[in-house]
Each structure stands twice: as structure tokens, then as C-alpha cells.
Write a protein that binds this ligand. Structure first.
Ligand SMILES: [Zn+2]
Length: 612
């Protein structure tokens, strides 16, 4: 027994070696000792353990006590993957599996998972083993409660290997090319979990951050602030990983968790501990409910602490794709930023500084999104992305107006005005997003009147361009992109005022290149392959209805502009068809929108009949 106790002490003080190079990581924070018999959650109690389990567990408990550890009971789900071949088959593909519910087996040893037709397998090396604790005794030591904790191999021991027990389910995967010839087997095993007494809180907190925050708050409010602070410090090694997934659920639930974390961060009253507790969250979790506690913390720990935390909440140095697929922050900006920037300054000067910081970070993100959207092709895709950014852009401007951030406002409007005419879609979308809710004065303060003026000027310039003559078939190939000989031939045909069709004998690779060039620029040209002769003939034809529409539409201008092509979309996805008639948006003078949905008219190139 003394020997067992000293082994326990050794286990909890030996750093775990890594598979690869590098220093060993921290010592294990728990020991999971797997028992041999199966138990239902209801039947798992210290007094009802069976056979060898009872004897071994009694020893373990005494040793744990001696070593300053606590022992609890748990249920584990074990999955083992072995390399395997069916014994009656040298090579082949078969797949089978069967599962029993927990409810179906009872307390005796006779596990019902096997069946008559169970196949024999030639079992080879263990490839992988995963152990998850599904239930354990609660903090009061009696009731078994649900949990979900995946345990590391270095934290597990057993007197009997799982392979010697009867699986409750198994599934064979035949050879599948890159993988296969594997046998997965699942086992239910009871376990004794031992951890040093001072690690008890951390062990439970890892699977239930909300519970941990409630516990810390309760400890602090009972007057034991140093105790709460010490317990909070034990969360550091895993807190980020434990909370990351929950914080990724923007709004609702995660916002509630953030409220709890802000409350605890306030009571521990220590800048590094508060930052550690709050770092796993995202700006998408920040709503009006957190304004007061957040401003209080910002006031206590100062501007630099706040700035660093907010930078982390905006993803820090993580790539955009790792952060909500890049959609989370524009959505949060549109929904919450203006209101937060209105409420935060009311809490005092640190609130104002925090609001300015939020605004700067949001604009950094949205500005970057606008820049990448402008570079997209084909044009219809670019316009959709820009249209989606109108609301967040308007939100940034309104937030700037709320905190009197004239320099941010001017920087934002100047940035948008510098962009080429593709930005018209963005401007119209931003103006439409705010048309109904803001007064003229507010528009002025937010710089929306500047955007409206710029937008109108761009539209007027387009209208001033000469109308296409009846006999003019010229189309401009947008600059940039490929400059190869094929593209040169294409350009010559396109820009010719008089040529309407072109039959071009061209090998497959060349045809594909021309197809993709026309598609990515969404030119009003059909491109069909006629499968006759060698090489086949690529038939190009400029479309009459797009270049010379009979009524209403402005058609595809000689300049290739979006509006003339009938392609500009407003925020609601309506197509801008004609200019100079009744305006339904006061901010976009001389612009009218038809009710066509995009897709009803469709992309010009959809007329194409075949591609190869
Ligand atoms: Zn080319």
C-alpha cells in the first residue's frame, strides 16, 4: 500500500514525455484506473463493486488518501483500433457493426453485445486507443453525473487490457486504398479516477467551464477572494481549449458565459488572471448585456490591458479562415457595434477608449474584407460580396458618429472614395442599409452624405457616357489577367465594332482557356464548341439582347461598365435596370430599381450550351 501511494506521487510529479522533440509537458493531472467489470450508471457505487474490482479499488482508495489525492468513480467509453484481417478471408472488403444501448445490459457480467454470427479476426497491432469519461461522481461524492472528458494515454492504467474483455460493439473496415483493414472495438469500463486534492477543481472545470465560473463566483462572494484567485489560477493550462468551442457559438449561450467570466474576472481583481479567464472569448460574444462589467474591468486594468484583450477577441494573429470562416465579425459589426459604441462612452472615459478600440479593430477587419472583395471575379460574385459588406460599413460609420470619431469617419469615407467604380455597389448597399433609420443630420455626422455624393457622382458619370450605336458590336475585355496570344485574338474579335461572330478552330486546351476567360469576365458572348472536324470549332457570338436591348435596359455599354450592363445590384439583390426615373432611395438620386431577382435574368454566359 505504501508502495502504491508512492507510485501515485511519482505519477503526479513526472512530466509526460512528448512523441516528438521538445521538452516534456506538465505532469498528468489525473490517473484513470480502468476496472474489469461493467456497471450501469445506477449500479456504480463503492459498496457494490464486483470481484477483483472491489479488492483493487479498496487498495487504490487507501493509497490515494495517503498520497493526498481524492478518488472518485467514473464510467469510461473505450475505443480501440487494431490492424486486422477476417480470419476466413485473406483479403477483401466487408463492413459490419452492431451497437447495444446502455439500457439493454444489466448488472451481471454477461455482456450481450456478441452474437452468433460474430466473425473471427486476425488481430494485429493496436493503431489507436481513445478513452472518454462519460460519467463520474459529483463533487459531493455520491451522485453520478454526466461528463465528457477525453483522457490522455499517459493518464490511464489498467490491470486487464481492454483487448482481453468483450467489446459491446465492433466494426471492421476492409481495405479502402489509403486506410482500412482495421477493426474498431468499443468497450464500456468503469474506472477509479484519482487526482491530487488541489487539482480537483481544475479537473471538473475542464469539462464544465460554466460550473467552474459559478463555483469561483460563489467562493469569492462567500468572502474567500484569495481562495477564488488560487482556484482560478489552476484553470490556466486548459482554459483556452476548454472554452474555445463554446465561445465559437456567437451570441446567446456564449454571451451568458462571457457575462459570468466578466463577473469572476472582476472578483479575482488581478490583471493577468482576469485576462486569462477572458481571452478564449470572441468579439462576437460581446453584446449590450456586458457593457457595464466590461467597462468596469477596462477601467480597473487600463487601456493597454483592454486593447490586448480586444485584439485577441478579434482573432489576434490567427488567419481569417480559422475565425468563424470570416463571416462572424462583419455580422457582429452590423448587429452590435453602433449600439456598443453608443453605450460604452456613457460609462466613463475608459468606456470611450474601449469603444474607440472596438471601432478601430472592426474597421481594420471590414476594410480588409472590402479590399479583398474588390479584387474578386467574376464581377457578379464580387458585387454580391461588396453588397454584403454595405451593412457592416454603414455600422462602422454610425459607430464613429456615436463616439465623435471624426478621424475614423473621414478615413473610412476617403478609403471608399478612392476605390474604382466597383465600389458603387458597396456604397449603395451601405446607403440602403441606413436609409430608413437615420435622419439627415445623423447621415451627415456619419459621413453617409459623403458616400451618397460620391455614389451619385459615379452614377452620373456612367450616364454621361455615349449611347451605343445600333451597329456597334464592340466589347472591351477587362484589363489585367492573361496576355497570351489566344487572349490577344479574343480581344481583337471583341473590340471589333463590326464583327459579331467568330468561328475559331481551336484545340481543347485553347478552348478551355477562352471559355474561362469569357466566364470570369462575364462577357455578353456565347461560346459553344462545334464538334466537327479537327480541331473542333469554338463558335463565339456577341449577344444581341445584351448589347442592343429593345426596351428599358441600358444594355452593355461600350465601356463595359456595370450599370450599362444592367448588372449593378442593390443591397436587397435587386438589379439596377434604368437610371433617371423615380428614385425609391433618397440617398441615391436618379437611381431606380426593378424588382428582378438576380438569377431571373441570369448570367449572360448561362446561355452557353456546352463547355469542354
Ligand atoms: Zn490568355
Amino acid at each position: 500500500m505504501a508502495e502504491l501511494a508512492s507510485l501515485l506521487c511519482e505519477h503526479f510529479s513526472t512530466p509526460v514525455p512528448r512523441y516528438y522533440s521538445g521538452p516534456p509537458v506538465d505532469p498528468p493531472s489525473r490517473l484513470v484506473y480502468l476496472l474489469d467489470h461493467e456497471y450501469t450508471p445506477r449500479a456504480l457505487t463503492w459498496s457494490r463493486l464486483k470481484g477483483d474490482d472491489a479488492r483493487r479499488v479498496s487498495l487504490m482508495r487507501d493509497a490515494a488518501d495517503k498520497a493526498g489525492c481524492a478518488a472518485i468513480l467514473a464510467l469510461a467509453d473505450v475505443q480501440e483500433t487494431h490492424g486486422a484481417y477476417p480470419a476466413d478471408e485473406v483479403y477483401g472488403y466487408r463492413r459490419r457493426g452492431w451497437h447495444d444501448d446502455y439500457d439493454q445490459y444489466d448488472d451481471d457480467d454477461d455482456c450481450s453485445a456478441t452474437s452468433d454470427d460474430e466473425r473471427e479476426y486476425e488481430i494485429q497491432d493496436l493503431i489507436n486507443s481513445e478513452i472518454t469519461l462519460t460519467h463520474w461522481t459529483g463533487p459531493d461524492g455520491t451522485r453520478l453525473e454526466e461528463t465528457s472528458l477525453s483522457v490522455h494515454e499517459a493518464e490511464v492504467s489498467a490491470s486487464t487490457p481492454s483487448g482481453d474483455l468483450k467489446p459491446y460493439s465492433q466494426q471492421y473496415e476492409g481495405y479502402m486504398g489509403n486506410w482500412g483493414n482495421t477493426l474498431d472495438r468499443w468497450y464500456h469500463r468503469a474506472a477509479v479516477v484519482i487526482w491530487p486534492r488541489e487539482q480537483a477543481f481544475a479537473n471538473r472545470a475542464e469539462t464544465s467551464p460554466a460550473w467552474a465560473l459559478d463555483e469561483l463566483a460563489a467562493t469569492a462572494s462567500s468572502g474567500d477572494v484569495p481562495g477564488a484567485r488560487a482556484a482560478a489560477a489552476t484553470l490556466a493550462p486548459f482554459w483556452n481549449a476548454a472554452l474555445r468551442d463554446q465561445a465559437a457559438q456567437a451570441g446567446g449561450k456564449a454571451a451568458g458565459l462571457l457575462s459570468k467570466a466578466l463577473r469572476v474576472a472582476d472578483t479575482v481583481a488581478d490583471a493577468p488572471a482576469a485576462a486569462m479567464l477572458l481571452r478564449p472569448f470572441r468579439v462576437g460574444n460581446l453584446t449590450y448585456a456586458q457593457v457595464k462589467p466590461f467597462a468596469k474591468l477596462a477601467g480597473r486594468h487600463g487601456q493597454q490591458w483592454t486593447a490586448e484583450l480586444l485584439r485577441t477577441w478579434f482573432g489576434g494573429d490567427q488567419p481569417t479562415w480559422a475565425y468563424g470562416g470570416g463571416r462572424e465579425i462583419p455580422q457582429w459589426t452590423a448587429d452590435w457595434l453602433p449600439g456598443l459604441c453608443e453605450r460604452l462612452p456613457a460609462t466613463g472615459s475608459t468606456g470611450t477608449a474601449a469603444a474607440q478600440r472596438l471601432l478601430d479593430l472592426a474597421w481594420e477587419w471590414i476594410g480588409k474584407d472590402i479590399r479583398s472583395a474588390l479584387a474578386l471575379s467574376p464581377p457578379s460574385y464580387r458585387d454580391r460580396q461588396l453588397s454584403d459588406l454595405g451593412k457592416p460599413l454603414a455600422a462602422v460609420l454610425m459607430a464613429a458618429a456615436s463616439i465623435g470619431g471624426a478621424s475614423t469617419r473621414d478615413a473610412v469615407t476617403a478609403y471608399v472614395r478612392q476605390q474604382d467604380d466597383a465600389a458603387t455597389v458597396l456604397e449603395m448597399s451601405a446607403l440602403r442599409a441606413t436609409a430608413k433609420t437615420r435622419t439627415d443630420d445623423a447621415h451627415g455626422e456619419a459621413g453617409l452624405d459623403v458616400l451618397a455624393g460620391d455614389c451619385a457622382a459615379r452614377l452620373r458619370a456612367r450616364l454621361a457616357r455615349p449611347k451605343r450605336d445600333a451597329g456597334d458590336w464592340s466589347i472591351e475585355l477587362p484589363a489585367g489577367g492573361c496576355a497570351c496570344g489566344l487572349c490577344g485574338t479574343l480581344r481583337t474579335f471583341l473590340t471589333d465594332r463590326n464583327r459579331r461572330a467568330f468561328e475559331w478552330p481551336l484545340a481543347k486546351v485553347g478552348r478551355q482557356h477562352v471559355h474561362s476567360r469569357i466566364d470570369s469576365a462575364e462577357l455578353p458572348v456565347t461560346h459553344v464548341t462545334r464538334r466537327q472536324g479537327r480541331p473542333y470549332v469554338l463558335v463565339l457570338e456577341k449577344t444581341d439582347w445584351a448589347l442592343h436591348p429593345r426596351a428599358g435596359g441600358a444594355g452593355y455599354g461600350r465601356n463595359g461598365s456595370d450599370v450599362a450592363r444592367g448588372r449593378v445590384e442593390d443591397g436587397a439583390g435587386n438589379r439596377l435596370r434604368s437610371l433617371g426615373s423615380s428614385a425609391d432611395c433618397p440617398q441615391v438620386p436618379a437611381a431606380a430599381f426593378c424588382s428582378h431577382r438576380p438569377g431571373a435574368v441570369g448570367c449572360f454566359v448561362e446561355q452557353r450550351q456546352s463547355i469542354d
